[in-house]
Design a protein around this ligand. Structure first.
Ligand code: HEM
Length: 439
């Protein structure tokens, strides 16, 4: 689909076939990102996802690959299992964010122990300032009138200056502080393994760059993992809870599969994955039903191209409509319904090729996909094994019906909904508590 909005040319890719041809087979021409000066102004241009295609982006991806490639991600499985067990324990008490705990452990070897954590609250503050200052309207205005950024804070309209200055200073702390923590731990000889430790230590590619440039890149990569890997994963887990409230029959079927395969003497782990096709289908359907990033960050063509007789000029903005692909009626009949059967053969095996493209395409596709896949799967299977998720109740004891509702924007979350979470059985509760004592 082609369109022009406010003088910019856009193409929107709604089909997987077109996305494969353009974004994967002709990947280099479609790997660039449009430059938004507001990102730099707010100090948020450190994020890999916003970098233009070029050397700096390549360096980021190379460093991310060290910690996030498939084999490296497998090494995190014991830690992910441990964090999920802590998460289960907390769900019986009060929920904390599993995804934050996992990415902080991976990026910095750091244990998040409370919702008041100093690094986590700093990132929350950064995102708050950024969202406060950067609306779509302001971004467009600034692209059209770049001089606005130079209006001082005391002058009417100088809000850009004030908010941007605060945001830049918090972004600096988000980049520096956790890396400083790793350095201090390394100096004390007590640090645990982490991506930043690996990169600051014996990783040899640092010889390609000057020391301070290299160290700045490591900081950017660490902060990208921290900021890019939490809300996305967290949102998918929230979608799973919502689907379980709405579909008790799916929950029962998944728990029957677990009882048959794993039994009630232990908690499931990664070695069970192959033997649990129905739960795999629940996981795939959770990602398909409500994609967390329905339209990823735009790309921009770096050369002109021709597709099926259509001319695509250089400099066109390219949007990938993952939502449309996940809701393609031919592939997924009745696409708005949550049905694990979308991914299963009539005899209950996982169908090839039904995994939704929620991690994007081509050179800019998500480097955290293996990690996220593991985090979400182990969270889903562990919750199903131990907890019963149901409708919440009001003060008179009546069940509260849930009408699914979602936030809008780049990353989509379910809006808060009432639900009840309780241990499936006394035995399940005992297993959760025992796992936490062991670990
Ligand atoms: C369910 C979880 C996640 C989802 C749905 C998700 C989705 C995406 C999507 C759609 C993109 C853009 C792809 C494109 O343009 O084609 C992306 C990029 C990215 N993701 Fe993820 N992501 C998730 C988790 C993570 C995690 C855990 C990390 C890091 C540990 C991560 C790091 C990144 C980075 C660095 C990029 C930018 C890549 C680039 O521009 O080269 N993501 N992600």
């Amino acid at each position: 689909m082609y369109s022009t909005i406010l003088g910019h040319e856009f193409i929107i890719i709604n089909s997987e076939e077109v996305a494969h041809t353009l974004l994967e087979q002709r990947s280099v021409a479609y790997a660039d990102k449009p430059f938004f000066s507001i990102m730099k102004l707010y100090g948020m241009d450190f994020n890999t996802g916003s970098l233009p295609y070029g050397d700096r982006w390549r360096q980021h991806r190379k460093l991310l690959h060290v910690g996030l490639k498939k084999e490296a991600s497998r090494e995190y499985q014991p830690m992910q299992l441990q964090k999920v067990h802590q998460f289960l324990q907390n769900l019986i008490g009060s929920p904390t964010q599993l995804s934050t705990a996992i990415v902080m452990a991976i990026a910095y070897g750091y244990d998040v122990t409370s919702v008041e954590d100093r690094f986590v609250t700093k990132v929350e503050h950064l995102l708050e300032l950024f969202l406060q200052g950067v609306t779509l309207g302001r971004a467009a205005l600034l692209e059209a009138m770049p001089f606005l950024q130079y209006i001082p804070s005391w002058f009417p309209g100088g809000i850009y200056d004030r908010l941007a200055r605060d945001c830049r200073s918090v972004a600096r702390e988000v980049l520096d502080d956790p890396v400083q923590y790793v350095k201090e731990e390394m100096a004390g000889g007590t640090t645990r393994q982490s991506l930043v430790k690996k990169l600051l230590g014996k990783y040899t590619d640092k010889d390609d760059m000057g020391t301070s440039e290299y160290e700045e890149t490591v900081k950017e990569v660490g902060a990208t993992v921290f900021t890019g890997g939490t809300e996305t994963t967290n949102s998918v887990i929230q979608v799973f809870f919502l689907a379980m409230v709405l579909h008790p029959e799916v929950q029962i079927k998944a728990q029957e599969e677990l009882d048959k395969v794993v039994g009630d003497g232990r908690l499931p782990d990664f070695s069970d994955r192959e033997k649990l096709p129905y739960i795999e289908a629940v996981y795939l359907e959770t990602r398909r039903w409500r994609p967390t990033v329905p339209i990823p960050h735009p790309r921009i063509t770096s050369t002109s191209d021709v597709y099926n007789g259509y001319y695509i000029p250089k400099g066109v903005i390219v949007l990938t409509n993952v939502w449309a692909m996940s809701h393609n009626e031919t592939r997924f009949p009745d696409p708005t319904s949550f049905k694990p059967e979308h991914h299963l053969s009539p005899t209950g095996e996982i169908l090839e090729g039904t995994a939704p493209h929620t991690f994007g395409f081509g050179l800019r596709q998500c480097p955290g996909k293996h990690l996220a896949d593991q985090s979400i799967w182990i969270a889903i299977v562990s919750v199903l094994a131990t907890l019963r998720i149901g409708k919440g109740k009001d003060s008179t004891g009546c069940e509260i019906n849930v009408k699914p509702d979602f936030t809008s924007g780049m990353e989509v979350h379910p809006k808060p909904f009432a639900c009840s979470i309780e241990p499936r059985s006394a035995n399940a509760e005992r297993l959760i508590r025992a796992s936490n004592k062991r670990e």
